[in-house]
Design a protein around this ligand. Structure first.
Ligand SMILES: Nc1nc2c(c(=O)[nH]1)N[C@H]1C(S)=C(S)[C@@H](COP(=O)(O)OP(=O)(O)OC[C@H]3O[C@@H](n4cnc5c(=O)[nH]c(N)nc54)[C@H](O)[C@@H]3O)O[C@H]1N2
Ligand SMILES: Nc1nc2c(c(=O)[nH]1)N[C@H]1C(S)=C(S)[C@@H](COP(=O)(O)OP(=O)(O)OC[C@H]3O[C@@H](n4cnc5c(=O)[nH]c(N)nc54)[C@H](O)[C@@H]3O)O[C@H]1N2
Ligand SMILES: [Mo]
Length: 768
């Protein structure tokens, strides 16, 4: 007899851009189906509807044939993927032994917790591990993320803050929306689509600028403008040229609120001819940044650039909303600055229906965190530079490598140690999601460099294969958490447990507690919280003291969500706009620093003091194009959350992994739609089918990021071919993973990940 079906509300906690509300229908301890939120239940707030991934969570996460079952230790060479089952006791003892040995031999700064977003709930293994390491003398921390390195770093140089976001309900006041390198139809960004649809229904035209005609461009836009990757800043410069020449700019705003637009508003002590105005008109370099000039770089016809500039400047208010795709590039900082520049030029800052660009963060509702003790080792590296810190941490400097902390001489090495121990908990950035996989694997294979690696995951990912100790975690369906939206969501989610844990899986907190006990730090580490649930309840109660409309914890947990009812419209910089004298911008000058004396002082050729196009590396102007003529970008596909769901065949069918290539580029190479192609450059090669399509700009290719790096033999190929491949140290990837092609060279200022800036060549594979 079947038990009665229990319906348990819960919310996903992966880093997928949304936090949907899910109802698990549970019978006899098993999930029989998942359903989701409805507009009726959401009332007058945006529904938290699951996408295709959300409705298949149970198939992905509870697939027993693919889950890691027990703690294991490595038996083969590192990275080979051979393991032996051990007990939890042995796992904890081994971790403890290496933890102490490495701390004592190399100092606390030799220990690193890798970026990992598989658990993006309130309590994660990643930040609990940092908590424990901080209590145990310290660790090498990171700043930035793989998501927003450039935008987070550069926005404060202009606005003095990252809080540049208005609430999205203001978009119904817009007269025009530009989605620039932004694809929320796939990337979700919480309730963005809900608000964009509202704007669209209110008649606001939407234009998408993207090298690909993205799903958003197809579904939502009135127009798609295809642009070559990494050239957005040139298009922005040319738009500014048109706007300035035709007198369409907001003179009052730019003169009262901005520094460095004209010679007259340049800061004291700087050369007036370095102002933005003079750059755009080409007063110094003799090159006016005309639409014709930009056409050569961007591939967008000059007439279209002129038209776009006029439309954007005349619409008032207009919202230029950048995604993060345009800043995950070699000169990603300049993409961010160019967008802010256009918003300032047209006076779209501080007005409802405009958009200030930049980070776009806002504080409509308070965010919560687990308190973390001060890290006694105060150095941090850019999140993208950890492989360098394994190789040459002791030579890294503040100036050249962006090391932060209390550092005297910016040119002196300032880390105590190279990285010797890595904890990689619920993440796949150890291999799959980090750039230049062949290089990363080479570094990790050498056990004399990083001596000890712990991985906790649900599946045998490429990162898991590089573990010394590999631990089985628990998915969100088997454990609890609190989930918070990104910026444009006004709710808090509870992640209820729906089924019993599979196999011997454990949450990271539960074994970290045992490590803490072994270090004599149990009391300090747990601070009275025996379980994850204790932390959740305690933190929620603290939040409730500030967000007064939140219900009692039990009710919140029972309902699985709380949707804030009191969501006042907010417009970033409305005060500054109204009264700049009384409300200065939080920059050193009190104005928006179009010309940044702080960046000028860096005196770095790659970091200009003003927003302007910079060619960057592996872009349209890179001489390496002679050898690798095609640009290659990635994107975040609806079929996966990064590398998650790759084990779920039903979801693979939603968007089969393929290389997007323009018919002209395909034709030149004898490639037909569906042919297997090899995509390669000096760093590696991957094989996948071609999708020949006009939805991508000529000269550009694209493959979605997150596919699993796979080098196993492929069925149907000759034994010789498989053997030949086995014998090359750097094997061809067979999964369509873009990160065998991406570079580990960081961006100039943020030291961020330029994972969309790649040059490649493509050839048709003759099947054997
Ligand atoms: N389905 C799904 N959604 C996700 C995620 C996921 O893995 N899967 N991940 C989430 C996370 S953690 C993040 S950080 C966000 C990422 O959000 P984004 O970084 O905004 O997403 P991307 O897909 O990388 O890029 C957005 C668009 O920019 C385009 N693009 C690339 N290069 C350029 C360029 O040079 N110029 C212009 N104009 N456009 C360019 C891409 O083709 C793409 O359509 O997504 C979140 N949402
Ligand atoms: N080339 C290229 N590379 C990129 C990007 C790009 O645009 N292009 N995007 C970058 C961005 S924006 C980001 S945020 C990173 C994301 O990088 P990651 O956070 O490393 O990506 P995920 O693939 O989501 O890894 C999450 C891992 O956690 C596991 N997991 C899921 N749920 C749980 C759980 O409940 N418990 C445990 N223990 N494990 C769990 C999953 O199996 C998966 O292996 O990737 C970056 N990499
Ligand atoms: Mo991200």
């Amino acid at each position: 007899m079947a038990d009665e079906t229990k319906i348990i509300p819960t919310t996903g906690r992966n880093n997928c851009g949304g936090r949907c509300l899910i109802y698990a229908h549970v019978q006899n301890g098993k999930i029989v189906k998942l359903t989701t939120d409805t507009p009726e239940a959401a009332g007058n707030t945006p529904p938290l509807t699951a996408c295709c991934r959300g409705l298949h969570y149970h198939e992905t996460f509870l697939d027993e044939s693919k889950r890691l079952r027990y703690p294991m230790k490595r038996v083969g060479a590192r990275g080979e993927g051979r393991f032996k089952r051990i007990s939890w006791d042995e796992a904890v003892e081994t971790i403890l032994r290496h933890w102490i040995r490495i701390r004592d031999a190399y100092g606390p700064g030799s220990r690193y917790v890798n970026y990992a977003t598989g658990v993006s709930g309130l309590v994660s293994g990643r930040q609990m591990a940092k908590r424990l390491l901080a209590l145990d003398g310290g660790f090498l921390d990171y700043y930035n993320s793989y998501s927003t390195a450039c935008v987070d770093t550069v926005t404060p140089y202009l606005y003095g803050t990252k809080l540049t976001g208005s609430s999205m309900d203001t978009l119904t006041d817009s007269r025009l929306i530009l989605l620039w390198g932004h694809n929320p139809a796939e990337t979700i960004f919480d309730s963005t689509l809900y608000y964009l649809r509202q704007a669209k229904e209110a008649g606001v035209p939407i234009i998408c600028l993207d090298p690909r005609q993205s799903d958003t461009a197809k579904a939502l836009a009135d127009e798609w403008i295809g642009i070559r990757p990494g050239t957005d800043a040139a298009l922005m410069d040319a738009m500014a040229y048109v706007i300035i020449r035709e007198g369409l700019f907001d003179r009052e705003f730019i003169e009262s609120c901005c520094q460095g637009f004209t010679k007259e508003t340049m800061p004291q002590g700087e050369d007036p001819s370095d102002c933005y105005f003079s750059y755009v008109l080409g007063e110094k370099d003799g090159q006016a940044k005309t639409p014709r000039w930009a056409e050569r770089l961007t591939g967008v016809p000059a007439g279209k650039i002129e038209d776009l500039a006029r439309r954007y400047a005349l619409a008032r208010p207009a919202a230029l909303i950048p995604g993060y795709g345009g800043q995950r590039h070699a000169a990603g900082e300049q993409f961010v600055r160019g967008a802010i520049m256009l918003a300032c030029l047209t006076g779209n800052v501080g007005v409802s229906g405009g958009w200030a660009a930049g980070c776009g963060y806002l504080n409509r509702h308070k965010k919560i965190h687990i308190p973390s003790p001060v890290n006694p080792y105060d150095r941090s590296i850019s999140v993208f530079m950890w492989t360098d810190a394994i190789l040459r941490g002791r030579q890294m400097t503040a100036r050249a490598d962006g090391v932060r902390g209390t550092i005297g001489d910016p040119d002196a090495p300032c880390l105590d140690s190279n990285i010797k121990m890595i904890l990689n908990l619920a993440g796949n950035c150890l291999v799959n999601q980090h750039s230049d996989i062949n290089r990363t694997a080479r570094i990790l294979r050498d056990e004399s460099l990083c001596e000890f690696i712990v991985v906790s995951d649900l599946f045998m990912t490429s990162s898991a294969k590089f573990a010394d100790i590999l631990l089985p975690g628990l998915s969100f369906l088997e454990s609890e958490n609190i989930t918070q939206p990104w910026e444009c969501g006004d709710f808090l989610g509870y992640n209820n447990r729906c089924v019993e844990p599979l196999f011997e899986g454990r949450q990271e907190y539960d074994w970290l507690k045992e490590v803490a006990a072994g270090l004599g730090l149990y009391q300090e580490f747990t601070a009275g919280h025996e379980t994850v649930e204790d932390w959740l309840q305690d933190t929620y109660e603290k939040l409730r003291l500030e967000e007064r409309e939140l219900p009692p914890f039990e009710q919140f947990k029972r309902e699985g969500v709380y949707r804030y009812q009191n969501n006042p419209r907010t417009v970033a910089f409305a005060d500054q706009r109204r009264d700049p004298e009384r409300f200065p911008f939080p920059t050193p000058s009190g104005r928006i620093e179009i010309y940044s004396p702080r960046l000028a002082a860096m005196n770095d050729r790659e970091i200009p003091p003003i927003p302007r196009y910079m060619p960057g590396f592996e872009g349209v102007e890179d001489p390496r194009r002679e050898k690798y003529p095609l640009q290659l970008v990635g994107w975040h596909t609806k079929r996966r959350c990064h590398s998650i769901h790759e084990t779920n065949e039903a979801l693979c069918a939603v968007d089969p992994q393929a290389l997007w290539i323009h018919p002209a580029d395909a034709g030149r190479r004898g490639i037909a739609d569906g042919d297997l192609v090899r995509v390669y450059n000096g760093r590696g090669a991957t094989i996948l089918p071609a999708k020949v399509t006009e939805r991508i700009v000529e000269g550009v290719t694209a493959m979605s990021q997150g596919a699993w790096y796979r080098t196993e033999e492929k069925p149907g190929r000759t034994a010789e071919r498989n053997a030949a491949e086995r014998n090359t140290a750097e094997r061809t990837d067979l999964g369509g993973n873009i990160n065998v092609l991406t570079t580990s060279r960081p961006t100039p200022l943020a030291k961020g990940n330029p994972q969309h800036s790649n040059l490649v060549e493509v050839e048709r594979i003759v099947r054997d």
